[in-house]
Ligand binder design. Structure first.
Ligand code: FAD
Length: 367
């Protein structure tokens, strides 16, 4: 059957859009995924819901208030998504609102200044080193100060993706693996579907949600904002009982633990194109940062390493293009797991009704 809407890319963004389209708008959706749904950035992610810890000001560059408000709303959406997925498929996302702690061993005043703007907007506490160690006893004695965000949290991305895929299928979304989209079909300034390697799929509306590959999808109009890959490497170790309660961030790296003791150490930010490797230098960097933060990690056995590509752009890219019926949902960079459920809700409304309850002009795909 001819779908109403085709979504290109079966990562967290594409699947959140598809689930919202199918469940709330009751339209026929096909998600085209060239490989395995969820197997790229979305499963590589640590799963930090860092609406506040990720929102910091740098000298002379105030944090984008539109984006901050979007991040806060997205974090709240994760609580309801977890419940919704349990109802739909019997298991949730591993959602844990256990807080995040941003620490420093260096310039305390600089750390506090980065987050001072949040005092008027959200719950945040400025701590000295001893207070930080009360929250996270395994923290290094070298940590001088921290900022605590009690409402930030985490999910388990591979679990979330499994639940999301099952919910999509149960809601009537057709999820096609091995479907490589060559380009968007455009006739007379209207989207008409997509060209696949082995045929054509017609539809009146197309959503490009191909992560860090989005700008490589063929036949997109010129003048759209671009996305590029930023590689991140993660090292997984085992700590039982879990070495930390919430997310712990240092001046650069971070550590978080699942309830079962899997402990993720992250991550690099590398401009190396789509080269999917775990490197000696990357692992060295991640381990050096994590062990400085939590010295007891030195005896933890390593149980995995992986890398993935963040779809990088200065701001998320979300909305309509010049071509009628063609939409883009990408550029979620370091915070795609956090943002995707809310992006999916907003974009689904926009695609079907022409409007949504947030002003998306700051995130327009048009340059
Ligand atoms: C190491 C690492 C750690 C991270 N940690 C966090 C975190 O803690 N918190 C957080 O919020 N975010 C985190 N992120 C960011 C987050 O993972 C991404 O922003 C998010 O997963 C992007 O989702 P996506 O659906 O846009 O992209 P992807 O998950 O990459 O999905 C895009 C999909 O499109 C498919 N595709 C591409 N081209 C085509 C085509 N032509 N035809 C068909 N299919 C195609 C791909 O195969 C892929 O499956 C992290 C990322 C990395 C790499």
């Amino acid at each position: 059957m001819r779908p109403d809407i085709v979504v290109v890319g079966g990562g967290i963004v594409g699947c959140c859009v598809a689930l919202e389209l199918a469940t709330r708008h009751r339209v026929k959706v096909v998600v085209l995924e060239r490989a395995i749904p969820g197997a790229e950035a979305s499963s590589a992610a640590a799963g930090i819901l860092g609406a506040q810890v990720e929102a910091h000001e740098l000298e002379g560059a105030p944090f984008d208030r539109d984006l901050f408000s979007f991040m806060i709303a997205a974090r709240a959406r994760h609580a309801s998504l977890d419940v919704e997925l349990v109802e739909r498929v019997g298991f949730g996302t591993g959602y844990r609102p256990a807080g995040a702690l941003k620490t420093t061993m260096g310039d305390v005043a600089a750390l506090h200044a980065k987050y001072a703007f949040q005092k008027a907007l959200a719950r945040v506490a400025f701590l000295d080193g001893a207070e930080a160690r009360q929250l996270e006893p395994a923290l290094s004695a070298e940590v001088k100060a921290a900022v605590h965000f009690p409402d930030d949290g985490q999910v388990d991305p591979p679990l979330l993706l499994r639940a999301l895929h099952q919910a999509c299928v149960a809601s009537g979304v057709e999820l096609r693996s091995g479907a490589m989209v060559r380009g968007v079909r455009v006739e007379g300034q209207r989207a008409r579907g997509v060209d696949l390697v082995d045929g054509v799929l017609e539809a009146d509306r197309v959503v490009v949600a191909a992560g860090s590959w989005s700008s490589l999808v063929g036949n997109l109009p010129t003048g759209l904002r671009k996305v590029h890959p930023v590689r991140g490497q993660i090292v997984q170790v085992e700590t039982r009982p879990p070495i930390v309660r919430g997310v712990v961030m240092g001046d650069r790296g971070y550590v978080l633990a699942r309830a079962d003791g899997r402990t993720l150490l992250g991550s690099t930010m590398e401009e190396v194109g789509h080269v999917k490797e775990v490197t000696a230098g990357g692992v060295h960097q991640v381990l050096t940062q994590a062990l400085a933060l939590l010295p007891a990690l030195a005896s933890a056995p390593i149980s995995g390493t992986w890398s993935g590509f963040r779809p990088a752009a200065p701001r998320p890219i979300l909305g309509a293009t010049f071509v009628e019926g063609l939409y883009v949902a990408t550029g979620h960079h370091r915070n795609g797991v956090l943002l995707a459920p809310e992006s999916g809700r907003l974009l689904a409304d926009l695609v079907v009704t022409g409007r949504c309850d947030r002003d998306l002009s700051a995130f327009s795909p048009i340059e």
